[in-house]
Each structure stands twice: as C-alpha cells, then as structure tokens.
Design a protein around this ligand. Sequence first.
Ligand code: PLP
Length: 396
Amino acid sequence: MINEAYKAMLGGKSVIRELSEYATARGAEIGYENVFDYSLGNPSVPCPQDYTDAVIDMYKTAEPVALHGYSPSLGIPSVRKAIAESLNRRFDMDYTADYIFPTTGAAGALAHALRVVTKPGDEVITFAPYFPEYQPYVNGTGAHLTVVPADTENFQINFDAFEKALNPGTAAVLINTPNNPSGAVYSAETLTRLAEVLNAKQTEYGHDIFLIADEPYREIVFDGGDQPYPSKFYDNTLSCYSYSKSLSLPGERIGYVAVNPRATDAKLIVPMCGQISRGTGHNCPSSTAQLAVAKVVDETSDLSVYETNMNLLYDALTRLGFDVVRPGGTFYIFPKALEEDANAFCMKAKDYDLILVPSDSFGVPGYFRMAYCIDTEKVERSIAALEKFVHEVYGR
Ligand code: PLP
C-alpha cells in the first residue's frame, strides 16, 4: 500500500507553485511578458561569468574519471577548506574544513541541521512570517514546528511571544535572515537579544537549544548594509547556506552547513551529517558544482537589480496607501492587503494579471508577497496595473 501521509500531502500543494503554474498558463494565452508574475523566488540575473568559465575549464581540462567520480561523503576537502576560509575572512570566524558540510542547497542543509539537533517529538520554533517549506522540512524529521506570531511593526522578533513559546521540549530555533517573505534583515540588537534569551533558557532547562540560521539571502542586503552573522552571536549555531540566490544557481543545488566550532559536540556534527545522508539518500552535491563554487567563493552575481526593483515597488505601494515595511534585503516585499482576506485580495489581483502570493501559508493572515526577481522594465509596467487594480477595486 502507498504511504498515506505523503498521499494526503498531494491535496496541500504549495500555493506559490500553483500560482507560478497559473502565471505560466496565462502567459501562454496573452504572452508571458504581459503577466506580472511575482510568484516565485527564482533569481533573474545570470551567474557570474567566472562561474561559467570555471565549469567550462573543468570540463575541458580535468581528467573525466576523477572529475565525475564520487565525492567523499563529507564533501570535497579543498572545497570545504575554501568555504571555511571565505567565512573566516568575511565574518572573523575560526572555521576549518572540518566544520563545513556541502549540501544540495539550503533545503539539503536544513534537512541535515534539523536532524542533527532534534529527535522525533522535539519542538522547533520559528518566527512568522516564515518560508512555508519549513513545515515539510520539520515534519519530515518527526519533530514539530511551533510558529511565534510576527512582529508586524518591523518584522524583527516578537520577543514576548517567543519567551512564552519556549519550553523544555524546545530543541532548536530556526531563523531566516534576510527573511523570505518580509525582506527583514535581523539587526545586531535582535541577534544579541535572541542569544541572551537562548543562553538563559539553556541554563534553565539544562540542555542545549540550537540555533539553525537559514541564510540563502545573506548577500542581498540594501542601502550598502550587511547582514550581521548570526553564528557570531550564539555558539550553538548551525548556519545553513545556499548559492541559489547569491550566485543565481538554484538548479545546481549547492550550499552548505557551517558548524560553529564552539557549539556543543561541534567536532561530531559534520560526521553526523554524513551518517544522516546515508538515510536520506542525499549523498553530497555534484562534484562539479562543489568545485566550481569553490573557485568563486567570494563572488556574487550582479545583485543590484533587486534593490532597484525594491525601491520602485516600495515607492509605488506607499504612494497607493499600502501599509508596508521597507525590506532591508532579499527580493521580496510583504505589504498588508487592502482587505482582511489576503486570498480574496490576490484572487482579484489576478484579473489585472498581477500574480501576488497570499500570506496565509507564511503564517500571517492579511498580507501578500511579491517576489520582484523580474526585469525592472516589467516592474515598471506592473505599477500601472497595480494602480488600476487598486483604483477600480478599492477606490483608491
Ligand atoms: N530557505 C529559504 C528562506 C528560501 O527562500 C529557500 C528558497 O527559496 C530555501 C530555504 C531553499 O533554498 P535552496 O533552493 O537553496 O534549497
């Protein structure tokens, strides 16, 4: 008999994917250039030329049997070393290769990090608004996800609600900064306070509480700012990273877990990830993706278009009377809908070929997400559609 739990999941498909499929179908009818598709967080800028050159060079010059051979189960040592050294340079950390585990993107990193620090029945706490895939990521481990209500003032952390949620069953706290969907960048103050609360609770409960920091948007920060590095604030941190967004490589499936060397049992964690891989069928990202990112480890794509798009949309939304927090990073913006029911709001927007994602699956009702990883020219044209929609439907 087939597995009933996975069968039941077929009825609850990702809202984001469904909207994206709708946008593609609508595009086939009216031309995709006329669909203002803000559904999917798929990067819209090319990877750096240096990445392409590195791949071409490898395929031309490397010995094929070695190049395409199995990666060691904990990842290629030279790649792990290059990543450790890059993090040390950038964030003044003291990683060695032993603390880096290459993964298939952030999803692979989270799958391992969650399994390292939880057992079935444990609790993982996250903060709304959150990436909807956290539900299946956590459920798949046998732990369960508790969602702390949002701080809708500025989408940092609602500490009152957080302290109420923490309990002796809390094994891990999962944060995502810069945040999908709010675009918030957790400040040094937020991370300091988070560390204080977690340190106090570890002492009170007499066990570790791990921080899992999901950081695929680390380099997409606006106004010349930086994302403070969460692991710098709290020793029991596992940083989960992906090159999907910074290098525009989501299809290559490449990222890593970086274990803070001062975490409890830090030396065991990467070898444990290797054991976790045996059961999940993960077995390392492809050797070529590992080797190629190691060659461009300090580079990013030209990410400037995201800031240009954010400013255009933020100005337009504010002008149209939306209640919206200005994103500090990512390629998402998360305004309040013009009616309580965000699903109804987004349904009506579809009539104007505006594909907006309702916020319910992000754990906050009444908002919507726009993924503005699209051409600036299209963002500009979409503003006219947004104006028409808001005027005709809401009289603004
Ligand atoms: N975490 C967040 C917050 C994301 O937005 C995404 C992808 O959009 C992921 C994790 C998964 O990233 P990857 O494609 O690298 O697995």
